[in-house]
Design a protein around this ligand. Structure first.
Ligand code: HEM
Length: 492
């Protein structure tokens, strides 16, 4: 039986895509990934190099190439044609999620983001998507909620601006708070003041948890899962973070259960509790609800907040583009009312600028790992069942066959000669296929309203005498800009 298995494995690996030489036991984790992690642990260097490395490997091995972490085969998909071919043309094979020990221990493979591809994931995703839509996603009814949060950000920026000027402010906390409040009001039915200590604490815990998972020795849990229970250092801290977040979310669910009225659902939790009482499907449980809330909270906060921070950073570094965006907003929206989603079609340069920053910064550069659910012959290679698939969205957005001068910042590439917005197929910051981002519409709405509102109200510029911040970012769960400060000047 053992020999049959060994032979089967040898046959499976006989025609896999080519890739760099791997080290015994650790695979490419040794030669390539470990130096990158060490770089990060000691000194927090830019991670752009890791992205560039992964993308440049395609020049050597081709757009479909292999890496190994230990014995686990990972296939990297590079360039738009290849990513689309896998995720859109073969969705039944490429839409599963791998069992990543550190994540499986914490999520039990429930929720949406890391749930295995299949009927349970499909039902849960469909239900949540429909419910978010019900609470305003993609419609105008969510607009006041987003604008309310932005009004707080603007008031706070005005206040900070009146303080000792010149040094600049870090926008990260305010933006993050406003963004997470949108998802909180849809899911939990409440929003929080940016100085609310309990809420701040939860946001900080999430940051810390993600940081530990991605860039600390805790990544070793993926090789030796028992390390999760190690009673010292980051391993202990990770368990504590997980416990604190669990207590917070469970308390929110319990409060909802106690005050729940099926005829007046207030938010996603109420809708889910209602569904649990009518659904015969046993996957609709309070346990599942718990993981879904965690997923939406995490997926919906960092991604959008970092996208806004990138856009404002580009505006500071490209003041001429900021001028053009503001001129367009002034002409279409003016200064006496808030921007609205109905203005979107009339603000093509603003929209093109948002898209161009998203293209260059790729906030989720390697998507979320996929996994093959059966063996497939793909572009001349055999990719065995259970292979981890990494769609390299960074490479798609830098694909020279799609983008002219892919490294340069040029919002005009999204506009035709008449200045109208054009759709470019290879622009996929939200991924493609069955696992495409579930919050795409929500994120687009938040990005548009946040950027237009803030640029309508303020001019952003670098503090006097400070060196310009780097456009290289750091890679945790998302690709984020390094902290930076800006001076804000009221325009209205
Ligand atoms: C998945 C990008 C905002 C919820 C993803 C994926 C990407 C992505 C690239 C992975 C696709 C794949 O695996 O192939 C982004 C970006 C955002 C954003 C760039 C902001 C600019 C949001 C928001 C929500 C959200 C606001 C909240 C509703 C999700 C969920 C998934 C996901 C639930 C997992 C989908 C699944 O596995 O079925 N996102 N996202 N995202 N995103 Fe987003």
């Amino acid at each position: 039986f053992y020999l049959v298995k060994v032979n089967q494995k040898r046959r499976d690996l006989a025609n896999i895509p080519p890739g760099p030489k791997r080290w015994p036991l650790v695979g490419n984790f040794g030669g390539f990934l470990i130096p990158s992690f060490i770089r990060r642990w000691f000194g927090q260097q830019s991670d752009k190099n890791a992205m560039v490395d992964l993308t440049e490997k395609a020049n050597v091995y081709g757009n479909v190439y292999s890496l190994f972490v230990g014995e686990q085969l990972i296939v990297m998909l590079n360039g738009y044609e290849v990513v689309k071919d896998a995720l859109s043309n073969h969705p039944e094979v490429f839409s599963d999620r791998p069992d990543i020990p550190a994540i499986t221990i914490m999520t039990k493979r429930k929720g949406i983001v890391f749930a295995p591809y299949g009927p349970v994931w499909r039902k849960q995703r469909k239900f949540c998507h429909a419910t978010l839509r019900n609470f305003g996603l993609g419609t105008l009814s969510l607009e006041p909620c987003i604008l309310r949060g932005l009004a707080t950000v603007k008031t706070e920026l005005m206040r900070l601006n009146e303080g000792p000027g010149g040094a600049g402010v870090d926008l990260a906390q305010l933006i993050k708070n406003a963004v997470s409040n949108v998802i909180c009001s849809m899911i939990l039915g409440q929003s929080f003041h940016h100085e609310d200590r309990q809420f701040r604490n939860i946001l900080d815990l999430m940051d810390r948890g993600l940081e530990i998972c991605v860039s600390s020795p805790a990544v070793l849990i993926n090789i030796i899962p028992q390390l999760y229970y190690f009673p010292f250092g980051v391993f202990r801290e990770l368990r504590q973070v997980e416990r604190d977040i669990t207590v917070f979310l469970k308390r929110v669910i319990a409060n909802h259960r106690e005050t729940f009225h099926p005829d007046h659902p207030r938010d996603l939790i109420d809708m889910y509790l209602k569904e649990m009482s009518v659904q015969e499907d046993s996957s609709f449980t309070e346990d599942y609800l718990f993981y879904i809330i965690g997923d939406l909270f995490i997926a919906g906060t960092d991604t959008t907040a970092n996208s806004v921070l990138w856009i404002l950073l580009y505006m500071v570094l490209y003041p001429d583009i900021q001028d053009r965006v503001q001129a367009e907003i002034d002409e279409v929206v003016g200064t006496h009312r808030d921007p609205s989603m109905t203005d979107k079609g009339s603000l093509p340069f603003t929209e093109a600028t948002i898209m161009e920053v998203q293209r260059l910064t790729v906030v989720v550069p390697l998507a979320i790992p996929h996994m093959t659910s059966k063996t497939i012959e793909f572009r001349g290679y055999t990719i065995p069942k259970g292979t981890v698939i990494v769609p390299n969205l960074w490479s798609v957005h830098r694909d020279p066959t799609l983008w002219d001068g892919p490294d340069s910042f040029n919002p005009g590439r999204f506009l035709d000669e008449e200045g109208k917005l054009i759709r470019i197929e290879g622009f996929i910051p939200f991924g493609i296929g069955r696992r495409v981002c579930m919050g795409e519409q929500l994120a687009k709405m938040e990005l548009f309203l946040t950027v237009t509102s803030l640029l309508q109200a303020f001019r952003f510029r670098l503090p006097e005498g400070t060196p310009p911040p780097t456009l290289d970012g750091r890679f945790g769960l998302t690709h984020a800009p390094f902290p930076y400060t800006v001076c804000v000047h009221p325009r209205i």
